[in-house]
Design a protein around this ligand. Sequence first.
Ligand code: ADP
Ligand code: ADP
Ligand code: MG
Length: 472
Amino acid sequence: MLRKILIANRGEIAVRIIRACAEMGIRSVAIYSEADRFALHVKKADESYCIGSEPMSGYLNIYALVNLAAATGCDAIHPGYGFLSENALFAKACKERGLIFIGPEAEVIHRMGDKTEARKAMVAAGIPVTPGSEGNLESVEEALEVAESIGYPIMLKATSGGGGRGIRRCDNAEELQRNYSRVISEATKAFGSADVFLEKCIVNPKHIEVQVLADHHGNAIHLYERDCSIQRRNQKLIEIAPSPQLDEAQRQYIGGLAVIAAKSVGYTNAGTVEFLLDDNDRFYFMEMNTRVQVEHTITETVTGVDIVEEQIRIAAGLPLRFKQHEIVRRGYAIQFRVNAEDPKNSFLPSFGKITRYYAPGGPGVRTDTAIYTGYEIPPFYDSMVAKVIVNALTWEDAIQRGERALKDMGLFGIKTTIPYYLQILKHPEFRTACFNTGFVEKHSELINYSNKPRPEVLASVIAAAMASHTGL
Ligand code: ADP
Ligand code: ADP
Ligand code: MG
């Protein structure tokens, strides 16, 4: 088993990995920028090292991180999600330094991180993919030609894109012409690559993704699917496991397809195969994420499998502990990404000091976060500040529990997406499990909730009333 792991990340996922290490008797090493000096992962790890004054560059400095891991006697690096997690050069640098990269082989990261290469690999494996350009587009003329042949609307996408960015829908040739250079410049800025491709736009699809685990002994299993259709601008907001919109036959089919996909590319460790499901109940491969995902929590909740622990065990060379038939699901889990954003103000980031925080509790509630009362959220990173995960035996009960937990949570000093989620939970289409990736845009009226006075404001009103009463 591994003895010491460097966690090349920050925030809630760093804390999540530290927790897995603690339970497995593995020492954890945290890294932090100057801006993260007071971050929770720094306090919770067994050892912590400052990796520079600049907010981002230290977390992305491959050679500094590999050197630090070696110098501190680590035998492995866990990359978390974001940052270097899907960087093949990082995985390669770890290996060259004699360190275990907790993820798949560098070549597999490289291949699956490139969306056009991944599409080619899936076609070869017999997995259905959306019709689209064969590889990257060479020119706007080629783009127009391909679009014409597959028919509008199309999606123009950055080949190395992620996090919902670098994707534009084009409904006609003019839009494609206009967006072509935009997506290229977005992709260059965000991902350091100008490569773009296009595929058919599936109108209002469901986003269904399957969690897979594969070891170094040829075993691969899936942990069923998640429904991530509740998105805003291609970014997930609420995730559900299993999908309340699939029947059992679809569930078995898509799980099996994901395992074939993983095996066909020699995948190892935890990964996610993302599909789109159209109105005619057809699934299309979209992309594979070669890392732990933000929403791995809900799969853990319904299957009982600790995905981060399995990642570490697989990286250590151990065979999978479970056979496919041993994976059982129970009930439904929902994850809410609590973002420091103001829904009423175009979801503008709302960073600042957390004046008071208490986690929701009670049965069926899990909170993954790195915030605490008095913590000042730095403006340099992701706006996601907490994940609230609830579970219950039925879909209806999971919704009720979600509502209760979100109200149960105390988070003051910043604006968050919580009041908006409470509106979504009330919506009949959500409650009857009938939604797709168009839900948020279609129901823009859900932003019009009233800002109720916060409990602390109410408390002062009540206190004033009591004072005047006793004064009588
Ligand atoms: P998930 O697929 O786990 O749901 P997201 O797409 O929400 O994850 O991304 C999780 C985090 O990783 C976000 O901070 C996002 O910005 C970042 N991220 C994902 N892909 C990339 C990428 N290709 N380049 C840079 N950052 C990325
Ligand atoms: P990322 O790497 O940023 O996660 P994805 O390729 O997974 O990018 O796409 C993100 C989201 O964009 C999907 O969940 C879906 O809502 C939307 N999307 C992507 N491709 C298509 C498509 N061909 N048709 C319709 N929606 C799409
Ligand atoms: Mg995706």
